[in-house]
Write a protein that binds this ligand. Structure first.
Ligand code: SF4
Length: 338
């Protein structure tokens, strides 16, 4: 394990965001990085708890204590291998996961100062790409073919897993480039799109075929495959069936977020199709991650003002004394979009 008592002397240190005056005028990633020494010190704060709530809270089952320990000892490749056992794409989750592990970390519960698990994860993934630990695998084929419908996060993860098991995988998607919500939902200032392209290149080199601009009708699946994996539906908006919904200027979040990302990728749209907050007083309905992505995008587009409303009461900042057990939704979660 790291250093069992070092959390007493080394405080949590986040890499922080670029200054507001700098970041508000562009769409480059907001989050900064720590140097390797400070990053290892942050990993050393992990206590290797007997009951690691971080692991329990992670939907992927990431082995946080193990990869913190490897990182603390400077074993970056080993840290990546541990991370990659449970996580296909730590370079994505290290940037955009809401980090339920940190909300449940014993150092969060005891002193409101969790291990910087998510940032450590991103740092390990970046080191793995930089140092060449991530190489296309030589995979023995099993003679079976699988079609994946949808190149969003679920489709990409399914493709990566099945490809690793020897299936010949083809991914179909209606969009012009793979990534789904990673590419057409999450703003560039949280996830820079070359990060997706870099991973897709590795997947292609491993033999995965991507067929883009291919809007598959699930009632007429492409022929020639032994199995199909349907990974679609995430961009479908939950509409608000209220009077006035049809009025001009009311848009589902993805109309704005996807278009902005496409504009940054070089596409152009006629003026009447633009969904822009420029010069407007914007009201955002919904206080989750997508709502905060709309705040960040509206600010960058030059909104006159931005107001956000949320149906739930405002949770406390920091741990809620009424619910001292590890339960992630009870604290006010902020993201780099806010
Ligand atoms: S709960 Fe926090 S301190 Fe404990 S093992 Fe997990 S990351 Fe380390």
């Amino acid at each position: 394990m790291g250093n069992p008592k070092v959390f007493l002397t080394i405080p949590r240190q986040e890499a922080g965001y670029r200054p507001i005056h700098d970041r508000i005028s562009d769409y480059s990633e907001v989050e900064q990085t720590l140097n390797s020494r400070d990053r290892k010190l942050q990993a050393s704060r992990c206590m290797d708890c007997g009951v690691p709530f971080c692991h329990w809270a992670c939907p992927l089952g990431n082995k946080q204590p193990e990869f913190q320990d490897a990182l603390y000892k400077g074993k970056w490749e080993e840290a990546y291998k541990i991370l990659n056992e449970t996580n296909d794409f730590p370079e994505f989750t290290g940037r955009i996961c809401p980090a339920l592990c940190e909300k449940s970390c014993v150092l969060k519960l005891s002193m409101d100062s969790p291990v910087t698990i998510r940032e450590n994860e991103a740092a390990i993934a970046e080191a793995a790409f930089r140092e060449g630990y991530i190489k296309p695998r030589n995979i023995e084929r099993n003679g079976r073919k699988v079609a994946i419908i949808g190149a969003g996060p679920a489709g990409l993860a399914a493709a990566n897993q099945l490809n690793g098991k020897g299936y010949t995988v083809t991914v179909f998607d209606k969009n012009e480039a793979p990534g789904g919500l990673l590419r057409y939902g999450i703003p560039n200032f949280k996830l820079h799109k070359p990060i997706i392209d870099r991973r897709i290149r590795v997947m292609e080199e491993e033999g995965i075929h991507f067929k883009m601009n291919n809007d598959v009708d699930v009632r007429q699946l492409p022929e020639g495959f032994d199995a199909y994996c349907i990974c679609t539906g995430a961009p479908t908006a939950r509409d608000l069936p209220v009077p006035g919904r049809e009025l001009k200027g009311i848009h589902p979040a993805l109309d704005m977020l996807a278009q902005q990302n496409r504009i940054l990728a070089g596409m152009t749209f006629p003026k009447e199709q633009l969904v822009t907050a420029k010069g407007k007083k914007v009201l955002i309905i919904g206080g989750g991650d997508t709502g905060s992505d709309c705040i960040g995008t509206s600010n960058r587009q030059g909104a006159a003002s931005v107001t956000q409303i949320e149906i739930m009461p405002q949770p406390p900042v920091g741990q809620n004394p009424a619910t001292p057990w590890p339960q992630f939704p009870v604290v006010l979660k902020t993201t780099s979009s806010h």
